[in-house]
Each structure stands twice: as structure tokens, then as C-alpha cells.
Design a protein around this ligand. Structure first.
Ligand SMILES: [Ca+2]
Length: 373
């Protein structure tokens, strides 16, 4: 039984996208949910009826036409890494805060995913196969890249319905003006337009800024041009998730005070390579950098959950936690941590998994190609 309107949507891009679009559809239709999500009740059972769905509950009370949405996405976290999926302490660090979502909410047991950051994030934003949006693989740079401008992200209908919308963290759906988050429905954003690999470039042997420019952390607001902030280097790589935790908390505080529903896409950069925890967590577990990062991630999620409780909005806030894809085998190399890669993770939802390894479940009949007017 769902005791809180907190949802743990574990490692299923399809389920997360379905969840997000279930809420968006209900908000738009201003009608009770009739979602047929295959949401478990925390024990892997399907709800007996739509009323048993956390979404039905979320839209069944007085304020519920517009439940807040806190969508937490992590980067390259495998299926079995957190405690509620058999990981946690067996992966080097307990994850009690993330596990609490599974305990109090719904845990999804089916791993369906696209194979990389960009396609997963595209599907999550649009509800559509990434190949329809020009986002079927991580862009290599030097070419126009990112989500096609006429695509409608979930932030757009939510924004039109009166939601305050924010992305804090990694985007990876376009790094040029016109394709940044503030061009795709978000009121504000802060983070990296592309990916964390790039934080290593400026400390690589032989690197020259004349050949490969420094990559920047950016921020922007809807209707304004995004601006560059710090270099995204190895130092900032260790620090950035602190900011990606603080900003959603501050955003929630502002919206709760204003009485405005919100959609926050908190896109933490961990545990994507390079395997570098925040200095405050370095050595904390005694089990290596990767485990320290897992501890850091749990703490950051916990801070966001604490804010939901502190602000008194838990009963009207849906929290989703998931990963964009499974672990990247390269992540074992920087530290040689024995915790990082197991055959299970390689098979189930690994980064760059083939469709044989991680078969995709069809999301419905293909949509006709209809450009935005
Ligand atoms: Ca990823």
C-alpha cells in the first residue's frame, strides 16, 4: 500500500516517462487519473485498480489537479546499485535515503531503457523514441546537435498549465542557443549542457584550449540568453552535485512560498565518470571513490526529500528517482574499484547495451511525423 505520495520509479526510462506523462496528461485534462501504470506497491505487486496507483492518489485530493513533481535523474547508475535493488552496502555504501522511497512509495522492477544519456533523456522529456527527435546517440560535437526544436518537452505543457519549471544539472539535449533547457519549456536552468566526460579534458596531457575550448557550467532563464559560468573542470566535477542539490531545494522553497506548483528536473551528474566524489565524501566509506560517490548521491537525494517534508508539501508532491542508463564499464578504470562492474549490471541495462542485452518495450504505435507549427 502506498502510504506517501512519494514514488520511487526505479531505473526504467519507460516507466519514468510514462509516469511523467501520466501526470502531465492529468494536469492538462484536469481529470482524475486513469493511469494504467504498472506501478508496484513497494512489493512488486501491481495496483488492483487505478485508484491504487500513486498517480490516482496524487490527483485525488483538493490540490491535486496540479501535484508538484520532483524528478531526480542520476547518470549511469546500474540497476543493482542501490540498497532497495540489492546494492547499497553490497556496493560499498548504504543508501537509506533513496531506499526510503522504495519503502514508502512504489518500486519498479522492470528495466527498459535507451542506451545512452542523450536518447534516454530525450525520451524522458518527450515521451517519444529518441530516433524521432534526432537524439538517438550522444552527439560527438562539431555538428548541430540536440533535441529538435519542434519537439514538445514535458516542461512545456506543465509550464502552460501554470507550473514553475526548472532543470538543475545535466541536459545533454543540445548545447547551442535555441536548444538549451530555457528554449525547451524550462523557466530556469543551471548545469552542464553536455556531459561530464568533458570535465577531464582540461587536465588531460597535451590539451590546448586553442584546439578544444573549455567546457562551461551554464545557467539561463526562459526568454533570455543562457550565460556561461565556471569552467566544468575536474575541480567543478567534484563539486557540482552540491549545487544541483541546493538549487532544487531553493526552487521548492520559492514555489512553496508562492503557492505555485512546480516541476523540477534534478539531474545529478553522479556517478558518471570521472569517478570523483565531492571532497566531503572522499574516503568516507573506505571502499573507494565509487562507493563514496554512492554515499554522496544518497545524501543529496536525502536533502531534497528533507526539503519536501520541511516545506509541508509531501502530500502533494510526486518524487521520482531513476537513472538514464546502466553503468559504464569504463567507470571501473579510474579507481580500479572492485565495486563497480558486475555481470548483472553489464547484462541488465549497461551503458551502450544492445537491444539484445536490454530489450526495449514498445511505447505504442509510432507517431506520424508532424512538425511543430
Ligand atoms: Ca548516462
Amino acid at each position: 500500500m502506498i502510504t506517501k505520495k512519494l514514488l520511487h520509479c526505479g531505473f526504467s526510462v519507460l516507466a519514468a516517462a510514462t509516469a511523467l506523462y501520466s501526470v502531465a496528461t492529468n494536469v492538462q485534462a484536469a481529470a482524475p487519473s486513469t493511469s494504467s501504470l504498472q506501478a508496484g506497491s513497494g512489493r512488486g505487486k501491481e495496483p488492483a485498480s487505478a485508484e491504487a496507483s500513486p498517480f490516482a492518489k496524487a490527483s485525488g485530493d483538493k490540490t491535486a489537479g496540479k501535484p508538484n513533481i520532483l524528478f531526480i535523474l542520476v547518470d549511469n547508475l546500474g540497476y543493482g546499485e542501490i540498497g532497495s535493488y540489492g546494492g547499497g552496502v553490497t556496493r560499498g555504501a548504504p543508501t537509506p535515503r533513496i531506499d526510503s522511497l522504495a519503502k514508502d512509495g512504489a518500486r519498479f522492477l522492470n528495466m527498459n531503457m535507451e542506451t545512452q544519456c542523450t536518447p534516454s533523456r530525450s525520451s524522458l522529456m518527450t515521451g517519444r523514441f529518441s530516433i524521432r527527435s534526432g537524439t538517438y546517440a550522444v552527439p560527438l560535437g562539431g555538428v548541430p546537435e540536440g533535441l529538435t526544436q519542434w519537439e514538445v518537452t514535458i516542461a512545456e505543457p506543465l509550464s502552460a498549465a501554470g507550473y514553475a519549471t526548472a532543470l538543475h544539472g545535466k541536459w545533454h539535449l543540445g548545447s547551442h542557443d535555441g536548444r538549451l533547457p530555457n528554449d525547451q519549456g524550462f523557466d530556469e536552468w543551471y548545469g552542464i549542457p553536455r556531459t561530464t566526460d568533458e570535465s577531464r579534458w582540461s587536465s588531460s596531457p597535451g590539451w590546448s584550449p586553442d584546439i578544444v575550448p573549455r567546457k562551461k557550467i551554464m545557467q539561463g532563464k526562459k526568454g533570455e540568453k543562457s550565460v556561461a559560468l565556471n569552467d566544468y573542470d575536474i575541480v567543478q566535477r567534484r563539486l557540482i552535485d552540491v549545487e544541483i542539490t541546493k538549487r532544487p531545494v531553493a526552487f521548492m522553497e520559492r514555489q512553496a512560498k508562492a503557492g505555485k506548483p512546480f516541476f523540477i528536473y534534478a539531474s545529478l551528474t553522479q556517478p558518471h565518470l570521472p569517478t570523483e566524489p565531492n571532497p566531503a565524501f572522499k574516503g568516507r566509506t573506505g571502499n573507494g571513490n565509487w562507493a563514496d560517490m554512492l554515499a554522496e548521491m544518497d545524501s543529496n537525494v536525502g536533502q531534497m526529500l528533507d526539503a519536501v517534508d520541511r516545506l509541508g508539501i509531501a502530500e502533494n508532491t510526486i518524487v521520482i528517482f531513476t537513472s538514464d542508463n546502466g553503468t559504464d564499464p569504463r567507470e571501473e578504470k579510474p579507481t580500479a574499484d572492485t565495486w563497480v562492474v558486475t555481470p548483472m549490471l553489464r547484462i541488465v541495462g549497461a551503458f551502450n547495451a544492445t537491444t539484445k542485452d536490454a530489450p526495449l518495450i514498445p511505447m505504442g504505435e509510432p507517431d506520424p511525423y508532424v512538425p511543430r507549427k
